[in-house]
Design a protein around this ligand. Structure first.
Ligand SMILES: [Zn+2]
Length: 284
């Protein structure tokens, strides 16, 4: 018979009751193994039940801790892994997007509408088109912040969604750099995997990367390759793309499949009249 270890406490007293909850296997059958209860703080308790309860509590504590770490990791993807060219974007919120012209007011409202739908779990792609500085990146980053904060406290870390903001020019610069220095963190494979993996992705300033990579033929090939991999890998996920170029120019630049995948659903937010808000706000 298995001996139950008892604490070496001189004041330990056994109780006449036995706990009948514990069993062991014998010849394929569960056999009850009575455990003599002890008196603890004037109450009869089963020492085996005590140990099991403590173990369970400890396991729960450890699992809660792992959940918190996983949720925090996912929350931090936006702040740790985004590629941003202009740091002022980091403070962007819907609240500090100043909309005065009718078009701005309308576009902000439209973005709010999308936010409401995304919050309910709907998948949708959004395309923001317009001149530089119209506030497209601002609105997209605001949307990501809202999404990232919205499910911050979900119970199950599997339900926490991840957000990522990628400036396309910065992305291509990083990948091009890795061709010469393959040991860096930001390689083509790493970045593609990162962009495919997140739940919400902003591709900021599509088309501007052509300035960074000149007319290098090979360079333009890798841009196509990267965008194709991302657009293909993200089917069924929400991607928000901004660009300054006219639609026709974009069509000449990129594979039709890339564009059709990024623009699936045709949710366009267009700035036709809004001039550069950054220039507008200069103090002269
Ligand atoms: Zn027991």
């Amino acid at each position: 018979m298995e001996q139950l270890k008892m604490p070496k406490d001189p004041t330990l007293t056994f109780h006449s009751d036995q706990c009948m909850k514990h069993t062991y296997r014998k010849n394929g059958q569960d056999v009850v193994k009575p455990i003599q209860k002890i008196v603890l703080d004037g109450k009869a308790v089963c020492p085996r039940c005590q140990v099991e309860a403590q173990t369970k509590e400890l396991q729960q504590f450890e699992s809660d801790r792992a959940d918190r770490i996983e949720k925090l990791r996912k929350y931090n993807v936006l702040y740790k892994d985004s590629l941003i060219s202009d740091d002022t974007i980091l403070t962007a919120t819907f609240g500090n997007y100043t909309a005065t012209a009718p078009e701005e007011i309308e576009n902000k409202k439209q973005m709010f509408g999308y936010w409401e739908r995304l919050k309910k779990g709907e998948q949708l792609n959004i395309i923001l088109q317009g001149s530089p500085g119209a506030g497209k990146s601002h609105l997209c980053y605001s949307l990501l912040q809202e999404l990232n904060n919205y499910d911050r406290d979900v119970e199950n870390p599997n339900d926490k969604k991840t957000c990522l903001f990628i400036n396309v020019e910065e992305l291509m610069r990083k990948i091009k750099h890795s061709f010469k220095f393959p040991d860096v963190k930001y390689t083509e494979d790493y970045l593609i995997e990162l962009m495919i993996g997140v739940d919400y992705l902003v591709l900021d300033d599509l088309g501007a990367e052509t300035g960074a990579i000149d007319t290098d033929k090979q360079a333009s090939n890798f841009v196509q390759r990267v965008l194709y991999a991302v657009a293909n890998g993200r089917q069924g996920k929400s991607t928000f793309t901004t660009f300054n170029l006219a639609g026709d120019t974009l069509k000449k630049m990129y594979d039709g499949k890339v564009l059709s995948r990024l623009m699936a659903g045709k949710n366009f937010v267009v700035f036709k009249e809004t001039t550069d808000k950054r220039i507008e706000n200069l103090p002269f």
